[in-house]
Design a protein around this ligand. Structure first.
Ligand code: ADP
Ligand code: ZN
Ligand code: ZN
Length: 803
């Protein structure tokens, strides 16, 4: 008798532990740790992960597993262990830790269905429900929700006419195709061909095909080639002359693309020095964390490629993380070009099915390199030889929902298990990483110059207050306008960058200052011209733009803020002859559009590329000689202790887009606060000085990397409830931590209300608190019990967003 320990898919404190189930005898051989199974749980059937198979249980009267969901484990032993680490490290439910490691397609949805109770008939139901049961005795809960049928369902359910089912449904299935091949050798096929009756013309053609091509072919292709029907082919299968099988195929998103193969370049002296310790670590199977610090274009990627080559030569595997927005075709080309079919690419531009296929290639050991965004860190390799994180300072490596993990921490944890190096690369390392390198926790490797010693672009900072004083009220300074015109005349390309985060277009009354904001959240609604709609970015609330001010009835209610659309409009007025490509969330929503727009720009179909964050990275086109930053300081004033760091990083990154090739580049940064050190130092691209200044500020205010942070956010619909609960938590925290730690709060969250829930927070700054994890866990557990009254408590250890 075998017993499985299962983590069930019920994220709650009471269920956050393994439950034992009997493995029915027919599946004793099948079910293994790391597989998903369907188990009974109360009256429901739910999904769970088998974490262990054992002989005994301390519990009696175990229920049986209903069925396995996988034919092979989806999580290997190492990933199961990593799940436990993730749970402890981020204080999340175990089930979340396992689910986050799988591609979305495998995260089975439960389809909630409504079913007629036995003995009940459709005519017994309330009128509005009857049509839905006309042809079937079930229908989906989603449809019920959409059509506002829930109240009727409740009534019918109370009368015992209906019941609710939960069905596990797999979102994506493997793609299978029919494949046909010959059962006989060429000689025998020739004999068989002779024997076929004279009128079996098509069958003869099929056999002739296999006499010519002695290999298998997809049924569909075969029938197309010789214009035969599948019945013709099947007839030959029945005669056992051909065989037929179902085979799994991969939907390769790069299938029809050819990648120019590249070979390793002879390394420069600086590169040779930098790569040596990495190669030593690979050679000696030593775990070590390297910080590869080098400006854009200094040859970091070539170092990644050659390190990976070494890893592959040793029969091992590599994971490469790049930020989602930097996962451009150019980036993918570099890896596919060097390693061809051995590369799987995981990014959000792929459909769930395509992502699943890429993941399967990794799982089945058909590739050696996984390139992807944050979640690729969980690539199910079993013999990892290196993990590379490019642009390691990017905040997108931190997941902002449960489990709130940072990919860097996961990388280091996995690399320890496999005794292999981690390489963190950046031109502007995060303060945390650089401080660790200074303290020799990480091994610092530097590439001080660009390839060919190309000069960095010259940067000029324009004070927009001066422009205003001089009577220029446009969003373009005189200088930037003239340079745009100049590039247009020279037939060179420009990039205009709008730092939009925290600065979206809102609608304001010019007479009374009224701002249209979300009725559920304490933030202004964002204006989208496409649908003449305003949207709330937090709760999704939408409303049309008012024609007159709801406060004072003025007609002068307009949208404000420099959204990309507005810049585009203005460009159209001042430089009507310029061809502009706009890239933002609105123009790149559809799959592949990001790629298409970049391609158009690369092919010279436009003079100016205008966009938000998403164009800051990875662009490497020879003809770009001007980069303009329209509003450098919009991010500086966010309530976030990293805002200076982020501003510096972003400006440095954007500047790096200009003059990467023969033509020299120029950068214009427009700002209202030119004296701020992060803008001034981005102007001279002086990371080292910025590091010193910023470290000083962090030290003074007790922020990372001098202190660790943990953020507790409490929310509830009643303001009083939130305040008193947060007060209680703060008091409890203070009683538990040492006097070296600082507990700030309770205070109102920077976004005071989201979706009608008031939000308060407590921030803990600490150096060493061995008991903090336990204390935080206690707080979470206590409030799990209170979750019924609607109070939500979330804990973010090492938060990146303090909102
Ligand atoms: P980074 O990743 O730091 O931005 P890359 O590795 O992309 O830098 O290198 C910048 C450019 O220099 C690329 O076009 C790359 O092909 C080229 N390059 C890199 N290393 C060498 C080398 N050793 N010899 C010649 N060209 C190189
Ligand atoms: Zn008004
Ligand atoms: Zn809202």
């Amino acid at each position: 008798m075998k017993i499985a320990s299962v983590i069930v898919d019920v994220p709650a404190k009471q269920t956050d532990k393994p439950f034992d189930y009997l493995i029915p005898s027919q599946w004793e051989e099948t079910i293994q740790p790391g597989m998903r199974v369907v188990v009974p749980f109360g009256p429901r059937h739910i999904q769970g992960f088998v974490i262990e198979v054992k002989r005994e249980s301390e519990f009696k009267q175990l229920r049986e597993i209903i069925e396995p969901m996988d034919l092979e484990p989806v999580l290997n032993q190492e990933l199961l262990k990593l799940g436990t680490w993730l749970t402890d490290h981020t204080l999340c439910f175990k089930i979340f830790a396992f689910q986050v490691m799988l591609p979305a397609a495998l995260k089975a949805k439960y389809e909630k269905k409504v079913k007629l109770a036995p003995g009940a008939a459709a005519v017994d139901l309330p009128m509005p429900l009857q049509p839905y049961f006309a042809n079937s005795n079930t229908f989906s809960w989603e449809i019920a929700l959409k059509n506002g049928l829930v109240p009727y369902l409740q009534r019918a359910s109370a009368e015992g006419l209906l019941e609710v089912l939960y069905e596990v449904k797999e979102k994506v299935r493997r793609k299978l195709v029919h494949v046909i091949g010959p059962n006989l050798g060429v000689q025998d096929l020739k004999l068989e061909l002779e024997r076929l009756p004279g009128n079996a013309e098509k069958q003869k053609q099929v056999l002739a095909y296999f006499i010519e091509h002695d290999s298998e072919i997809e049924l569909r292709q075969l029938t197309e080639k010789i214009k035969a029907s599948s019945t013709t082919v099947k007839a030959l299968v029945e005669k056992k002359l051909l065989w037929e099988a179902e085979k799994e195929v991969y939907r390769d998103p790069y299938e029809n693309r050819t990648f120019e193969r590249t070979s390793p370049l002879p390394l420069t002296e600086a590169q040779t020095t930098a790569i040596k310790p990495i190669l030593d670590s690979i050679e000696g199977n030593q775990h070590e964390v390297f910080l590869l610090y080098g400006v854009t274009g200094s040859g970091k990627t070539e170092i990644y490629l050659q390190s990976i080559q070494e890893v592959i030569a040793k029969g091992k595997e590599a994971i490469v993380l790049v930020p989602e927005i930097a996962l451009t075709p150019q980036m993918v080309n570099r890896f596919k070009g060097r390693f061809g079919d051995q590369v799987a690419v995981l990014h959000s531009g792929l459909s769930a099915g395509e992502k699943y296929d890429e993941w399967r290639k990794i799982q089945r050991k058909q590739v050696k390199v996984a390139v992807g965004a944050r979640s690729a860190i969980f690539a199910p390799f079993e013999n990892i030889g290196i993990i590379i994180i490019d642009e390691e300072h990017e905040t997108s490596y931190k997941q902002e929902e449960m489990p709130r993990y940072h990919a860097k921490d996961v990388a280091i944890e996995r690399a320890k298990t496999y005794s292999c190096p981690v390489v963190l690369g950046s031109a502007t390392p995060s303060l945390e990483s650089f401080a660790r390198a200074q303290k020799k926790v990480y091994h610092l490797l530097s590439l001080p110059t660009r390839m060919n010693n190309q000069a960095l672009p010259s940067v000029e900072i324009i004070d927009m207050r001066e422009e205003l004083r001089a009577g220029n009220r446009s969003m373009f300074s005189t200088k930037l306008f003239e340079m745009l015109k100049d590039r247009l005349e020279k037939n060179q390309q420009s990039v205009l960058f709008l730092n939009k985060r925290g600065h979206s277009s809102f609608v304001m009354c010019r007479d009374c200052g009224y701002v249209v904001s979300c009725p559920n959240c304490d933030i202004s609604l964002t204006y989208h011209r496409a649908g003449v709609q305003m949207k709330c970015h937090y709760c999704g609330f939408e409303s049309p733009v008012p024609k007159i001010c709801p406060e004072c009835s003025s007609e002068y209610i307009r949208y404000f803020g420099t959204g990309t659309q507005k810049v585009e409009d203005e460009l159209g007025k001042i430089l009507p002859e310029a061809r502009v490509i706009r890239m933002d969330v609105d123009t790149t929503g559809r799959k592949g559009s990001h790629e298409r727009l970049l391609k158009e720009f690369q092919d010279g179909k436009a003079d100016i590329l205008l966009g938000t964050q998403m164009i800051a990275k990875g662009l490497d086109f020879p003809n770009i000689t001007l980069v303009g930053v329209l509003s450098a300081d919009t991010m500086l004033h966010l309530p976030d202790f990293r805002s200076s760091e982020k501003t510096f990083q972003l400006l440095t990154q954007v500047s790096g887009r200009a003059g990467r090739h023969q033509l020299p580049g120029e950068v214009i940064i427009q700002t209202y606060t030119p004296e701020h050190y992060s803008i001034e130092l981005a102007g001279t691209q002086n990371y080292d000085l910025f590091y010193q200044r910023e470290m000083f500020v962090r030290k003074m205010h007790h922020y990372p990397p001098f202190y660790f942070l943990a953020l507790i956010t409490v929310s509830h619909e009643q303001l009083m409830t939130v305040m008193s609960a947060t007060e209680k938590i703060a008091r409890f925290l203070r009683s538990q931590v040492s006097n070296q730690a600082v507990v700030l709060g309770p205070s109102v969250s920077p976004i005071a209300r989201i979706n009608n829930r008031y939000r308060y927070q407590c921030l803990i700054k600490y150096k060493r608190e061995p008991n903090l994890t336990k204390t935080l866990k206690t707080i979470i557990d206590q409030h799990q019990n209170e979750a019924k009254n609607g109070l939500l408590v979330s804990v973010d250890v090492n938060p990146f967003i303090l909102m």
